[in-house]
Design a protein around this ligand. Structure first.
Ligand SMILES: NC(=O)c1ccc[n+]([C@@H]2O[C@H](COP(=O)([O-])OP(=O)(O)OC[C@H]3O[C@@H](n4cnc5c(N)ncnc54)[C@H](O)[C@@H]3O)[C@@H](O)[C@H]2O)c1
Length: 289
């Protein structure tokens, strides 16, 4: 008899903010591959992008199952509490519960020196990347705390009512000139993750964050453009190559998706309030050349 585990790793219902494209979409696909019976994509992207995202997740949903897994898209803004409440309510109506959340909606914000940034632009990156993560967690926790644990094959473990993975960045532990807003927002995600993790750990919900390194998603398009009041773009092809060199290589979105999915599993039961860096060794590399 085999001693390998064979049941799906993540049989529950996943809710991914920013799931319409980029890293969020890769996470949605990873949940589908690991056996999720429901995948919910929450994003502000237009309907055609959302429909494309759903189709790309559906191809990975388990087909040989009696539960008929499904992926749905819900349009909404992470800075609006009513949007999040309606989306979580719809998730529960469709699937009965919410087991895994990944809070990946984000923007890069203003990329310039402090003295060249408008206050409203600076506040907006905090509003989306920090307040949006906190608000998402708040609404997700309201559901997770009142539901029964998911159960499953991990006998002897603390029962898991839910798991939340917030998106930080290597900018949660370091910074670059021209990134005060983004770096402040990501440092804050680390702090709110730690505090909320301590609040929820005794009630069956694990909260962690991840810090991806350098992945060429659409998020970074503004960084390659000359910003208002600037003469050069923050990023150039050469600068990007240097980042990837320090990271060791080019990274794939799927590599981030799989880490977030695995971190959501009950097998990670003792991992609480952690910042899991996904950067190929970028942040520990003291010799980038
Ligand atoms: N790409 C990288 O190298 C990298 C590195 C570290 C961290 N991150 C983080 O990963 C997360 C995902 O970024 P990405 O690189 O996949 O970029 P992306 O731009 O492809 O995806 C971000 C998604 O968030 C959505 N979004 C933005 N504002 C929103 C709002 N107010 N409400 C709902 N959805 C909103 C966007 O529509 C988009 O689909 C972000 O938090 C980003 O800071 C990215």
């Amino acid at each position: 008899m085999s001693h390998y585990r064979s049941a799906p790793l993540l049989p529950g219902v996943a809710f991914i903010t920013g799931g319409g494209r980029g890293l969020g979409l890769a996470i949605a696909q990873s949940f589908a591959k690991e056996g999720a019976r429901g995948v919910v994509i929450f994003d502000i992207q237009p309907d055609d992008v959302m429909a494309g995202a759903v189709a790309s997740v559906e191809q990975f949903l388990t087909k040989d199952s009696s539960v008929q897994p499904r992926c749905i898209a819900i349009r909404g803004d992470v800075t609006k509490e009513a949007d999040l409440e309606a989306a979580v309510a719809q998730t529960v109506t469709e699937f009965g519960r919410l087991d895994y959340s990944a809070n990946f909606a984000g923007i890069v914000g203003p990329l310039a020196a402090t003295w060249d940034i408008k206050l409203e632009d600076w506040k907006r990156v905090i509003e989306v990347n920090t307040v949006g993560v906190w608000l998402s967690m708040k609404v997700q926790l309201a559901q997770m705390l009142k539901q029964d644990p998911i159960g499953g094959e991990e006998t002897g473990r603390v029962p898991q009512k839910g798991s939340i993975v917030n998106c930080a960045s290597v900018n949660s532990i370091q910074a670059g000139a021209g990134t005060t807003g983004y770096s402040a927002a990501k440092h804050a995600v680390l702090g709110l993750t730690k505090a909320a993790a301590l609040e929820a750990r005794g009630q069956g919900v694990r909260i962690n964050c991840v810090s991806p390194g350098f992945l060429l998603t659409k998020l970074l398009e503004p960084a390659f453009k000359v910003q208002e009041g600037q003469t050069t773009a923050l990023l150039t092809g050469d600068a990007w190559s240097a980042y990837e060199k320090r990271q060791g290589r080019k990274a794939s979105f799927e590599e981030v998706g799989d880490v977030v999915a695995l971190l959501s599993s009950q097998r990670m039961s003792l991992v609480v309030g952690h910042n899991l860096v996904i950067d190929g060794g970028f942040t520990v590399n003291e010799n980038p050349e």
